[in-house]
Design a protein around this ligand. Sequence first.
Ligand SMILES: Nc1ncnc2c1ncn2[C@@H]1O[C@H](COP(=O)(O)OP(=O)(O)OP(=O)(O)O)[C@@H](O)[C@H]1O
Length: 237
Amino acid sequence: MLIAQNLQQYYGGSHILRDVSLRVQPGRITVLLGRNGVGKTTLLKSLMGLVPVKSGEVRLQGQDITRAKPFERARAGIGYVPQGREIFGRLTVAENLALGLATRPAGTPIPPELFELFPVLQQMLQRRGGDLSGGQQQQLAIARALAAGPRLLILDEPTEGIQPNIIQDIGRVIRRLAERGLAANGGQPMAVLLCEQYYDFAEELADDYLVLERGAVISAGSRSEMVSRGVRQLVSI
Ligand SMILES: Nc1ncnc2c1ncn2[C@@H]1O[C@H](COP(=O)(O)OP(=O)(O)OP(=O)(O)O)[C@@H](O)[C@H]1O
């Protein structure tokens, strides 16, 4: 689905991503782990085209998207849930969801399935985004990213500042998306790339993992290897 190879990225003179390669596959959840400031958000932004890579290659379903703009990547099938949610506080829930449809033809309705995944949003359609709780805003941010029917979903720390019962709900939705995708996409398994600080949540959901340290991948593999390779210790502070 998504293959990134040998990515190098700099902010000014600082070398932030060092030769990062990864692969995210349909039906699988790949978790991206690492301590604060190691470059996780920069990697996700690079995959979404929000920051340019200096060198390396990104392919989505075989298509070279290394230099594609973010909206072109969205149109090609990537949904992105940014760190901190970035909900528009003065717009309603319905308007925030409609923004997720910006890459679709005018008049495309909000897929009703989103309200099956996140029933609370249906009750709050006319409320302003800024009036929602943190957990509700996170659900809205995920629903907005799903509105256009992505094949790959990228999430940057969706559990940050959220209460445990909503974290569990979000985990169930992510697993369901990996297994069955969206009905609007024919129920095709979705590929998921999840950046996560909360180790237990990450290990529970992971099919595959990678750990970044100072911009480089220092460990990668499948979930069954996470314990034997001491991944928890690699990311603990
Ligand atoms: N716009 C920017 N300009 C310059 N340096 C930046 C910029 N954004 C991030 N950095 C630096 O790049 C490094 C990687 O940051 P990044 O946000 O990708 O890390 P992270 O692993 O996602 O951290 P966190 O878990 O705190 O979100 C850090 O040293 C950070 O200070």
